[in-house]
Design a binder for this molecule. Structure first.
Ligand code: UD1
Length: 420
């Protein structure tokens, strides 16, 4: 089992480009089922979750070739619409295959998806959305079978702006008959990226990024361009993680290819702890303060609220801030698993349901800790950067699901971190 070993104390310095967004690339790869022409998707990060998605596409019979950060879809025709159970279990995003396979081929069979254990992670909004588009759905022994000769456009209101459900419905509706409106959709940047991709392959989606998305269904998605090229946006959570690292270590780091608008809530919190943030068109520079201030309140919320995917990293920073900070996790039910690990490093944190009270300590102590999920793992790397002595992080595979060569990235900025 691989481990990360970090000797704390170095301040992060320098500049870096972050890789493409995992959460944008995953639904875009799923949407490649819909293409009718050869297609090249670039900016695809080399991550375990991405590999899992490509394996699913191949298992369906699609011809897919990966070269560095490019994925070439040579032939999107599938020979089966049954997604293999063992591949479904590898990650939650396998659920994205439902919408496109159903819309294009009239049926799909999947099993309940796996993924990070951070809450109940229901899929009712996905299933209700597909039902509203006319699909019949039966579930037997954990296998979900959906059928519809041709989906029909509908008005779909989401009780919660679920990212995955919005994406699944967008993909399905883009080949439905008629117009679909999603009311109260997710507004995350990755939603806009998926809409842009679908539009580039011949679809028509308007309003992505707002509180109402309109999808004009087409019987075939073809751009009439012969070969489609699409580049995925950069990863705002990876960028945010490094920014927090710079702030925590009294560092000075420039992220060269991040969209500051997509990171507004994180930037605002970094300013609250006393970091200086200098924004240019596509770059963000973070200069960490000598001493970090507490933050009275962070509440995670759907975009443009504070991202739940940055909550563990912020908590890690606040363990060494002056005073008591409060974090409320309102998106997932079980997203405080990193607390137990941070306590092992000397942090002072009390949890009451979905509230965490973080009393800043002078210094964390290096210890052996375990990445319990992806972003929890990232928070431990950050904690290790400032801890006294050596921190050893186990179960690194969780981190590899979302960060490409995390040790290389931090080493480039001067951290003492190795994989063993
Ligand atoms: C996506 C991101 C994930 C991020 C999350 C919230 C990807 C691949 N993953 O996950 O990194 O943490 O958004 O920003 O993009 N829910 C239901 N019923 C459903 C669907 C969701 O009740 O059918 C609930 C979930 O249990 C959770 C909340 O809605 O409490 C948010 O989930 P959702 O926005 O769907 O997140 P994901 O798409 O799974």
């Amino acid at each position: 089992m691989e481990r990360l070993v970090i000797r704390g104390g170095n301040s992060l310095q320098g500049s870096l480009r972050v890789h493409g967004s995992k959460n944008a690339a995953l639904p875009i790869l799923a949407a490649s089922v819909l293409v009718d022409e050869p297609c090249t998707i670039s900016g695809v990060p080399n991550l375990l979750d991405i590999q899992a998605m490509i394996n699913i596409l191949k298992s369906l019979g699609m011809e897919v070739v990966q070269e560095n950060d490019r994925v070439n879809i040579l032939n999107a025709k599938v020979s089966t619409t049954n997604v293999p159970d063992e591949l479904m279990r590898k990650m939650r995003s396998s659920i994205f295959l439902m919408g496109p396979l159903l819309a294009k081929y009239g049926s799909v069979t999947v099993s309940r998806p796996g993924g990070c254990a951070i809450g109940s992670r229901r899929i009712d909004l996905h299933l209700n959305g597909l039902k509203a588009l006319g699909a019949s759905i039966i579930e037997v022994n954990g296998f979900i079978h959906c059928e519809a000769k041709r989906l029909r456009g509908a008005d779909i209101y989401l009780d919660f702006p679920s990212v995955g459900a919005t994406e699944n419905i967008m993909m399905a509706a883009s080949m439905a008959e008629g117009v679909t409106e999603i009311i109260n959709p997710a507004r995350e940047p990755e939603i806009i990226d998926l809409a842009n991709f679908i539009n580039s392959i011949g679809g028509r989606i308007e309003g992505a990024g707002t509180d109402r998305i309109t999808i004009y269904g087409k019987s075939k998605l073809n751009s009439n361009q012969g070969h489609i090229h699409y580049e995925v946006i950069s990863d705002r959570i990876v960028a945010g993680t490094i920014m927090v690292g710079a702030a925590m270590t009294n560092g000075d780091v420039i992220i060269e290819n991040a969209n500051p608008v997509y990171l507004s809530s994180v930037i605002s919190k970094l300013k609250q702890v006393g970091a200086e943030v200098i924004i240019k068109d596509h770059s963000i520079r973070v200069i960490g303060p000598k001493e970090l201030d507490k933050i009275d309140r962070i509440v995670t919320a759907p975009y443009p609220g504070f991202p739940t995917d940055m909550q563990p990293q912020l908590m890690s920073m606040l363990t060494i801030a002056k005073g008591t900070s409060i974090i409320k996790e309102s998106v997932f039910e079980e997203r405080f698993k990193h607390v137990e690990q941070l306590l092992r490093m000397g942090a002072k944190i009390n949890v009451d349901l979905n509230l965490a009270f973080i009393r800043g300590v002078e210094r964390l102590q290096g210890s052996t800790v375990k990445a319990t999920d992806l972003r929890a793992g990232a928070s431990l790397v950050l904690a290790g950067l400032v801890a006294e002595g050596e921190t050893e992080i186990e179960s690194v595979y969780h981190i590899d699901r979302g960060y490409e060569n995390i040790e290389g990235m931090f080493r480039k900025l001067g951290a003492d971190i190795t994989r063993k």
